[in-house]
Design a protein around this ligand. Sequence first.
Ligand SMILES: O=P(O)(O)OC[C@H]1O[C@](O)(CO)[C@@H](O)[C@@H]1O
Length: 398
Amino acid sequence: MTIDHHQQPHPAGAAIVSNVPGSFPWGVLTRRHPDLIATVRRLVPYPPVIQESLDQLLVTIDGTVPPLPADAHDEAAWREWAAPYLGRAWIDVPFLWAESYFYRLLLEATGYFGSGPWAGIDPFAPQKSAELDTPDLARDLQALDRLVTAPEQASLSAALTASLWGNRADLGFRMSDPSTQDKDQVDDLVADDSAELWRLLSAGSTSQVHVVADNAGRELLADLVLIDRLLATRRAATVTLHLKPHPYYVSDATTTDLLQVLRHMKATGDTAGDIGARLNAAISDGRLKVRTHAFWCSPLTFHELPTGLATELAQASVVIIKGDLNYRRLVGDAHWDPTTSFQSLTSYFPAPLAALRTLKSDVAVGVDPDRLAHLETTAPGWRTDGTHAVIHVRPEPS
Ligand SMILES: O=P(O)(O)OC[C@H]1O[C@](O)(CO)[C@@H](O)[C@@H]1O
């Protein structure tokens, strides 16, 4: 794989690493990753040779960062990205990088990129599919009728809110805290620039909207409903949906996941079926474009968008960026002062942008000082427990 870097200055905040016992990133590396390996082997009947690779991966992640096998298709790219970290303890290297490489090694261990019978088999598919059959998702589908028939702005706002909170439906996150779906979301957003987003997406425009997707299943369903509303109300002339080229971070959406959700919508019938049919038609006639790029599964921040992708995004009227990981990659996975302006940290991004994120990791920016003081005293877990969310908008590149 070749990714040409469109080099931009790096953010100045200190990178988050995972070496503080009890900290959020420490828990991800030392607890969640081994648990995930156990879940994958419980749900997919891998043969002995892959079981042994997974045993080896468990040992590896308890030690130091290894190179990718020399015959891996993307060995050259990872050799460059891993150079500063090889041989170092996982918990001492940047958290963002360590998580990304863990998922790459997991795909390696399961033969995803090999030439054998397990090539292309998504190790997370059973978890993603199971989510489509949950009562939560069935409720979401039932609610679509009211959403679609509401007055236009109410319908758009409801779709935006559903897409925002759909980001709670992240299977990796739920693994570390299964109670998260029972915790109440705090509807009063930590930051809410949605009025600015609707200004960017005025009716009857020729807007080219890009959506950088995050999770499959419930979140992708909500994203698709938002996309349908944008197209149906002519807030967008076209939508480009950026998906992962291969499985990543447990539930990240691939093209296979998109097709599965669309099939599920059509099979459900009623309003969900109508939306599914409209989206299928939009894909067929080019109003909904699906894109994948290796960059989305790389350990790099968006400061290093490859030139081709940066050029494509620069054409967008607005880029809607979903989720926690994309947010970390957007602002930099660093210990920012939470009152640091979102606009200043994202001034490098090549298009107007909106970030929809439920907070599921330590990074926080763009928070009003009074709100911050209140959060710190009343909701100590606000950064990581998935109960709080932000809509940040940065209208123009500077
Ligand atoms: O699916 P999302 O919203 O990107 O969340 C993934 C996030 O989950 C985490 O694994 C933490 O819960 C983060 O490391 C990562 O940013």
